[in-house]
Structures are given as C-alpha cells and as structure tokens.
Design a binder for this molecule. Structure first.
Ligand code: ATP
Ligand code: MG
Length: 267
C-alpha cells in the first residue's frame, strides 16, 4: 500500500446506466489524505453517480463504469464489494438519510460495525455519542422518530462505527435548516481535524461546502468543468454570480439564494 499520493483517485471514469445513458463522461478527481474535498454541481450533474461508482453501488441500478479507473490507498478498487471497501476504511453515507426507521438509534449505530471483528464496538459507540450527544439522549428511540438533522447524525454515526479513514458524504445538507447544516458540517470538520477522517463531500449547497472544504470540483454534465482550492472557487466571479448567487456587493446568505437560482450554464 502506498502512503504517497492521494488517498482516492478517480481517473477519467465513464458511467452508463442501462447501457444507454452515458452520465459520467471522463470524470477525474483526487482526494488527498486528510483532505475535505467538495464535489459541487446542480441537480443531475452526476455527483451521486460519482459516489456510487466509487462505492461500487451502481450495479443494482443497472449502472456500470465503462471506462477509467478508481484507486484508493494505492490499490485499484473497481469491482470490490462494499464490505471489502468498509474493511479498507472507506464508507459511504448516502443521499437521503437512510436510517432503519423501526430499529433504535443504538441498533442503527451497531449495524455500522458489522464489518469489524475486533471487540471495541462499545468504545466506538461512546465515541460516536461524544461527537453527537443528541444521539445518546435518544439512543433507545426508533430512528424513524428522529428529526431530519438527527437522522443525518445517525447515518453519519453509523458510518463512523466502521472506523473509516474516508467517508463519502452525499448531500448532507439536503432538507436541513441552516443552523443544523452548520452543525453537521462543523462535526465533519471536527472528525477531520481530530480523527484524521478524509472526506469527499457532494453538495448542491456550494456556499456552505466551500467554507468547510479544502478543495473543490464543479461538475456539469458528468464532467469536471472547474476545480481549485475552495477559497479560490469561492472568489471566482463566475462561480459567485452563477453558482453562489452572489455578486461582488452581496456577501451575505449565499446558501438560500443559491438554492433558488439556477446556474447560468444550465439554461
Ligand atoms: N438509475 C439510473 N438510471 C438512469 N439514469 C440515472 C439513474 N440514476 C441517475 N440517473 C441520471 O444520471 C444523471 C446524474 O444523476 P445523479 O443522481 O448522479 O446527479 P446528482 O448530481 O447527484 O444530482 P442531485 O443534486 O439532484 O442529487 C441524471 O441525469 C439522472 O437522471
Ligand atoms: Mg445526488
């Protein structure tokens, strides 16, 4: 295993659904060890497809990587099943908060430890509870009764139970109030800083994502159309106007404007 080079690299992948729809068209990105990298783009740009290609979850949707290569920690991972990936420390938190609604919060978290054979599950549970104290308060409740933000914490907590080195986090802000979005993102930052977890973060909410990420890629039509350090992307006049919904004079509240405005390059 290579300790050099990026932790994850995606090189020129094409993804086709149902042998007909070419959705990713030569997408390339890399994530350094210890980085937080944002994958930005509007609805249908190909963010989730990229995440599923990395996590090898396309087959159940009749999707297929038809070109390119994916390396994680120096090894090719295309074709490995998700439990192999979990053992190597790569976890995916899917879009849409898929907690098991009838299981308790604690049982949801324990499901995340299935790939582990060591006996330190209780210790990990305590660590998750210290990151997300609200989950501890609600640990005996069915996860279906949690609020949207708490469910997001629950599925991130479940991913943490596998003790990942890297988490693919798909659209964590979706449907959450701004304060909760900040709470989720600052927890991601804390896990990155304190536990060294690397993140690839797919987000439509570019304004928030660029505040927490170190580097960003903008995806349009299944390709990267712009990339750079997060602060450079956030300062880019075209991105500010078309994507963040900000002009040079308006600094505040880019997130809500960005949600309402359609990027210019889609029209
Ligand atoms: N199972 C599927 N079969 C056929 N086409 C699909 C399938 N899943 C997604 N697509 C198409 O692939 C394209 C990219 O979708 P994807 O879900 O990756 O976008 P996204 O960037 O995650 O969008 P969003 O921000 O809305 O989550 C879209 O045009 C979508 O309609
Ligand atoms: Mg998506």
């Amino acid at each position: 295993m290579s300790a050099q080079g990026p932790l994850l690299s995606v090189a020129g992948i094409e993804v086709m659904y149902s042998r007909l729809a070419l959705v990713l068209r030569g997408l390339t990105l890399s994530v350094p060890r210890g980085g937080i990298v944002a994958l930005l783009g509007a609805n249908g740009a190909g963010k989730t497809t990229t995440m599923k290609a990395i996590a090898n979850l396309l087959r159940s949707e009749r999707g297929e990587v038809t070109k390119g290569a994916i390396h994680y920690d120096g090894a090719r991972i295309d074709g490995l099943d998700p439990s192999d990936l979990a053992r190597r420390g790569l976890s995916l938190v899917m879009e849409g908060r898929h907690a098991f609604p009838t299981l308790s919060v604690e049982d949801n978290l324990k499901v995340g430890a299935y790939s582990r054979s060591d006996g330190a599950v209780a210790e990990s549970l305590e660590r998750v509870y210290s990151t997300f104290p609200r989950l501890k308060e609600r640990r005996h409740q069915p996860a279906g009764l949690l609020s949207g933000g708490e469910q997001q914490m629950c599925v991130i907590g479940r991913a943490l139970m596998a003790r990942p080195r890297m988490i693919l986090l798909d659209e964590p802000s979706m449907g959450l109030a701004p304060l909760l979005v900040e709470e989720i993102f600052s927890m991601m930052q804390q896990l990155n800083a304190e536990a060294g977890v690397t993140f690839l973060l797919a987000e439509q909410n570019a304004a928030v994502a660029l505040r927490y990420a170190t580097y960003g890629y903008l995806v349009e039509g299944g390709r990267v159309v712009r990339e750079g350090p997060a602060h450079a992307l956030a300062a880019d006049p075209e991105i500010r106007a078309s994507y963040l919904g900000l002009d040079a004079s308006a600094e505040a509240d880019g997130a809500s404007l960005a949600a309402r405005r359609r990027p210019r390059w889609l029209s």
